[in-house]
Design a protein around this ligand. Structure first.
Ligand SMILES: Cc1cc2nc3c(=O)[nH]c(=O)nc-3n(C[C@H](O)[C@H](O)[C@H](O)COP(=O)(O)O)c2cc1C
Length: 191
């Protein structure tokens, strides 16, 4: 089994991220290839990046960084659940990414994005640029949810339609495909 961490990228009070996160968490568990953990950046509550050294050196000064490092180091794959804010990624997500470097390396990453007409895709395009700098492999298959508010029921629970459900299953299959080969690449460099 691969360790899959799902990261909820929005932190504001009243946000919709956790409802969509809860849905993809269930779908990922059903998939069967992953030990799945849901991580909420609002709960993890990292401060603005406050380490004096480049994360590549792993000379972490703060407990919050050491804890975040342990959580991310333990992962074989990621799913980011994200809205787009002003056509881009959320500040808490970029901050959480910047805290670490080696812990992200050679791991596949997939995106569940939501928004208006663009379904959060402009944020995902921006994120791909960032995560490849961290040597992650963004998988092509994704879940994009345009006009996402139409998929919430009267109890404010996200309910996926058939197309969204199918796209999640295809994305998870692709994530699994990358998780094995990339694991073999995570050997310590001898130089
Ligand atoms: C600061 C901010 C910027 C936003 N910018 C966009 C945007 O560029 N595109 C979009 O589709 N929706 C945008 N929205 C609307 C969000 O899609 C909607 O508020 C969504 O619920 C945000 O996700 P969250 O509830 O998990 O925070 C924006 C919302 C906020 C709060």
């Amino acid at each position: 089994m691969f360790s899959l961490k799902i990261i909820i990228a929005s932190t504001r009070p009243g946000r919709k991220g956790p409802s969509i996160g809860a849905w993809i968490h269930e779908v990922a568990k059903q998939h069967g290839a992953f030990e799945v953990t849901l991580l909420d950046l609002a709960i993890i509550n990292l401060p603005f990046f406050d380490e004096p050294f480049h994360p590549r050196l792993q000379k972490y000064q703060h407990e919050h960084t050491k804890n975040w490092s342990t959580v991310i180091d333990n992962a074989d794959a990621f799913i980011i659940v994200t809205p787009e804010y002003n056509f881009g990624y959320t500040a808490p997500l970029k901050n959480a990414l910047d805290f670490l470097y080696n812990e992200w390396n050679y791991k596949p990453i997939a995106f569940v994005s939501y928004g208006g007409v663009a379904g959060g895709t402009r944020c995902v395009q921006m994120l791909k640029q960032v995560v490849t700098a961290q040597k992650m492999m963004p998988v092509t298959e994704a879940v994009q949810i345009p006009f996402f508010t139409t998929h919430f029921n009267e109890h404010d629970v996200f309910v996926a339609n058939e197309g969204i459900q199918k796209s999640a299953e295809v994305m998870l299959a692709e994530l699994e495909k990358w998780a094995g080969p990339l694991k073999t690449m995570r050997v310590k460099n001898k130089y």
